[in-house]
Structures are given as structure tokens and as C-alpha cells.
Design a binder for this molecule. Structure first.
Ligand code: NAD
Length: 458
């Protein structure tokens, strides 16, 4: 295998040739990527089943189809995104013209986690290619079947001096790469703990970062919510991919007037979606590895199990589980659960619920179920969070017109749709001044011009 550091230099040389600047080139690479994904779609679905027991339907909606829709969206809008954007010019600079011109950043590094191993590597890749960059892709080492097919897809769609696919232990490989090469941007998706290390590595060379991190995303159910709909939508998002989803609701805050009804409806939804034997359900995934299984098993004793609770460590099976009486301070309420365990906590007053949320500032997502505009407003204004939904869970990330990202502890920066193009572009602010107008007031001698300057510069 070629030395990765030597390969990085080849990307730099390729970028500096300027070929990626061209609209036709970017479009052709996006089309090639789409074709390679299509050609390997079945292999990708089989690999996602091997790594996470995702059904082809789930893999399509959350991984392969999602990325193809991302490419189609980029292709539809790319010409527009690339155009310099005219902006107004202030009085002082008239009759000049001003515009913002996007330009590619250069060679960027994209690092992905294992839970949506394809989507979270390829969706930022689409933005980076659309914006005209060269890219180094670092997949997660914990979804090896998917990583092997992704390598093939990248090999079919790109020359290795345009997009380089590098596998390995992130803790070893990433410091090596960042020490020996200055990336123009690092886009990282994964845990907050590793996100901090990435930020430190990037800071040494003043490399800008996008950090897509995790956290404890709360979901509030108000007394006036449609409880059946809330239960079905929450069950879908919480138990999809066996709860290993960054925007899954981490815990439920249910108004005490509706808490018992909600739990009853949630049990019904679990039975309807995954049957009485989720371990055999076509629709139910598995936990990625033994380390994650053991972490989840340790949470089971930290509350009263009111549904589920069975598991099989060897098979990576953890039943959809509802817990009550979880105590703040225990690890299940301190760490991101990232699995199919759902604590349900009752509340009577807004402030009581919000003080529980405030124990973990800036969650990646926040959800509220309510029929009242007033309550909706109060919650949306009263909690700081990355993004979220009213009367729904997790689906905000499928609307490419919305920025997707966290704030503070849950991340910095946002992507999807046009926002992905922007993440991977520098925006040059440019003013063009005509030469036919060159008033002497601009030049020395300045004596006596103060009043005129005061009128022009206000
Ligand atoms: P992780 O941080 O362990 O790994 C992510 C990537 O970082 C992998 O490619 C890995 O090789 C690399 N890595 C690991 N240790 C490293 C180190 N010391 N130095 C440099 N790189 C290193 O994360 P994970 O367990 O794979 O993912 C789970 C977390 O990701 C959860 O917290 C979840 O909420 C979060 N997540 C966030 C989003 C989002 O869009 N915001 C999406 C998915 C997952």
C-alpha cells in the first residue's frame, strides 16, 4: 500500500492544477458517484445488514437512498450555488459593485462514525465535491463490511488524487495525517470526546472544523399532545437502527397527566412495529459490537424496566426497552444512551422539566409534542439545541432546506443541501470599482473634508 502521507501530497498537487474548479468536472464526478452507488447498491445493503442488521428498506431510506437524493439535490442546484452572488453596495463605494464568490477550500478531511457508516461519510462528501475540493475519507473501523464496499465505490467514481480513501484505527491514523499535512478543513462526525481531540489537532495548524457530535436529546410530551401519534413517531425514531442514532430521543419528559397513556401507547407501537419477538423481527437492528452491548446492559439496572429488558450479548441483541424511575446522576442520565433504552420521566411544570434538560446543555436535537402554539413557542425559545421537530422526531434531518448540526457540546457548524456546499467553500467578498469615476474627495489633502465624510460615512 502506498504511504498515505505521500498520497496526500498528490491530492494537493491535483487540487492546485485547478481541474476541480470547473462546473462540468464537478457535475461529472457527482454523476459518477451516483452511478457507482447504484452499481453497488445491493452489496451496500448486504454489508449494512452484516454490520448493523439493517433491512434493505431501512438502508435505502437512511443510507443509500438518502445519499442519492443528496446528490440529485446538489446536481439540481450546483450551477446556482457556484455563481457569484450580487450584494448591495454602500453609498461610500458607489458606483461600485459587490459580490460574494464561493471558492473551494482545497484538500479536506472527512471522518465518519459507524452508526450510519455510509450516509455520514458520503453525505458530506457530496458537499465537498460539489464545492470543488479534493477529499480524504476516513470511515469508521467498526463497520468493516460497509467500509469494504465503500472503498470499491470510491475507487470506481474517483481518481485517488481527487478522493483518497484511508482506513485504519482513527486514534493512530488521524494524528499521523494531521501532523504531517495541513488540511484546509476537517469535517468530523462522532462522539463529543473524540470531537474535542480533533479540535485540538486542527487548532495546531489553524485548520477550520465542522464537528457533528452527540449528546442527550430530550423529547417533551405536553398534556395536550396527540399521545398515539407521539408514541408511534417516537418508537420509529428511537428503535430504528436499534437506537444508535445521533438524533434519537435520548429520554422522554412526559406531563404526568398523560405519562401512563403514553407508555401504554408506546408499548403498543413497539409490538406493532417489531412484534413480540424483536430479536426475530425483519425491522429490528443489532448493536454494533460487544463493547457497546456491555455499556447498554450496565444501564438496565439503573431504572425500573416497564417494557423489554432482554438481551443477548453474543448476538448484539437488545430489546426495545422502556424504563421509569431513573435517577439523575446515574450514568444512564449522564451519558448519551445511543441504544434502544428509553427512560420516561414525569413532570408537572415547565420549569421542572427544563431544569432536567439544563443538566446537559446544547443537545443536538430537541422535540416537543403539543397541540398548543403557546407551549410550542415556550419550549422552542426556552431550550438551546441544534435542531429539532414539533410533533415529530428526527425527520428534520431529511429536509435539505434545513441546516443540520449541533451547538456547543453537540457540535459546531451545519450541513445538508446548500449548507454542505457552504461548509466546503470559502466565500470571497469582492468589490469592483469603475475607473471612470474617481472623485478627488477620496484623496489627500483631507483638511476641511470632515463634515462631508460625516455625511457619507454614517
Ligand atoms: P467515535 O468518536 O468513536 O469515532 C468516530 C470516528 O473517529 C471514527 O472514524 C474513528 O476512527 C475516529 N476516532 C476514534 N478515536 C479517535 C481519536 N482518538 N483520534 C482521532 N480519530 C478518532 O464515534 P462513534 O462511537 O463512532 O460514534 C458515536 C457518536 O457519534 C455518538 O456520540 C453520536 O451521537 C455521534 N454521532 C453524531 C452524529 C451527528 O450528525 N451529529 C451522527 C452520528 C453519530
Amino acid at each position: 500500500m502506498q504511504d498515505p502521507i505521500a498520497s496526500l501530497k498528490a491530492l494537493d498537487i491535483f487540487f492546485k492544477k485547478g481541474s476541480t474548479q470547473d462546473y462540468a468536472f464537478r457535475k461529472s464526478r457527482l454523476l459518477a458517484l451516483k452511478a457507482a452507488i447504484r452499481a453497488n447498491e445491493q452489496a451496500l445493503h448486504e454489508a449494512l445488514y452484516a454490520d448493523l442488521k439493517k433491512s434493505p428498506e431501512e438502508s435505502w431510506v437512511t443510507e443509500t437512498g438518502f445519499v442519492q437524493a443528496t446528490i440529485s439535490h446538489a446536481l439540481r442546484h450546483l450551477k446556482q450555488w457556484m455563481k457569484p452572488r450580487r450584494v448591495a453596495t454602500n453609498l461610500l463605494n458607489l458606483p461600485g459593485r459587490s459580490f460574494i464568490q464561493p471558492e473551494p477550500l482545497g484538500v479536506v478531511l472527512i471522518i465518519a462514525p459507524w452508526n450510519y457508516p455510509f450516509q455520514l461519510l458520503f453525505s458530506p462528501l457530496v458537499g465537498a465535491i460539489a464545492a470543488g475540493n479534493c477529499v480524504v475519507l476516513k470511515p469508521s473501523e467498526f463497520a468493516p463490511a460497509t467500509a469494504a464496499v465503500m472503498k470499491k465505490v470510491i475507487g470506481q467514481a474517483f481518481a485517488s488524487d481527487h478522493v483518497l480513501y484511508l482506513e485504519g484505527d482513527g486514534a493512530v491514523l488521524i494524528p499521523r495525517l494531521t501532523d504531517s499535512f495541513r488540511f484546509d478543513h476537517i469535517f468530523y462526525t462522532g462522539s463529543t470526546a473524540v470531537g474535542k481531540l480533533i479540535y485540538e489537532m486542527a487548532a495546531k495548524k489553524l485548520v477550520p472544523v465542522t464537528l457533528e457530535l452527540g449528546g442527550k436529546s430530550p423529547c417533551v410530551i405536553e398534556s395536550d399532545a396527540n399521545i398515539r401519534i407521539a408514541a408511534r413517531r417516537i418508537a420509529l425514531a428511537k428503535f430504528s437502527n436499534a437506537g444508535q442514532m445521533c438524533v434519537a430521543p435520548d429520554y422522554i419528559l412526559a406531563h404526568r397527566r398523560v405519562k401512563e397513556d403514553f407508555i401504554a401507547e408506546l408499548k403498543k407501537a413497539i409490538l406493532a412495529f417489531y412484534s413480540g419477538k424483536p430479536s426475530e423481527s425483519y425491522n429490528y437492528g443489532k448493536i454494533i459490537n460487544e463493547k457497546q452491548m456491555k455499556r447498554l446492559v450496565s444501564y438496565l439496572s439503573q431504572g425500573r424496566i416497564v417494557h423489554g429488558g432482554s438481551f443477548d450479548i453474543g448476538a448484539g441483541y437488545m430489546e426495545p426497552t422502556i424504563l421509569e424511575d431513573v435517577k439523575p446522576g446515574l450514568s444512564i442520565m449522564e451519558e448519551e444512551i445511543f441504544g434502544p433504552l428509553l427512560p420516561v420521566i414525569g413532570f408537572d411544570e415547565f420549569d421542572e422539566a427544563r431544569s432536567l434538560i439544563d443538566r446537559h446543555p446544547d443537545p443536538l436535537a430537541f422535540y416537543v409534542f403539543t397541540g398548543s402554539r403557546e407551549k410550542e413557542r415556550k419550549w422552542l425559545e426556552g431550550v438551546r439545541f441544534g435542531g429539532g421537530c414539533v410533533n415529530n422526531v428526527s425527520w428534520h434531518l431529511t429536509n435539505f432546506n434545513l441546516p443540520f448540526g449541533g451547538r456547543g457540546n453537540s457540535g459546531t457548524g451545519a450541513y445538508h443541501g446548500r449548507f454542505s456546499f457552504d461548509v466546503f467553500s470559502h466565500k470571497k467578498g469582492i468589490m469592483k470599482t469603475p475607473v471612470w469615476f474617481d472623485p478627488s474627495i477620496r484623496y489627500p489633502p483631507f483638511k476641511g473634508k470632515l463634515e462631508l465624510f460625516k455625511r457619507l460615512i454614517r
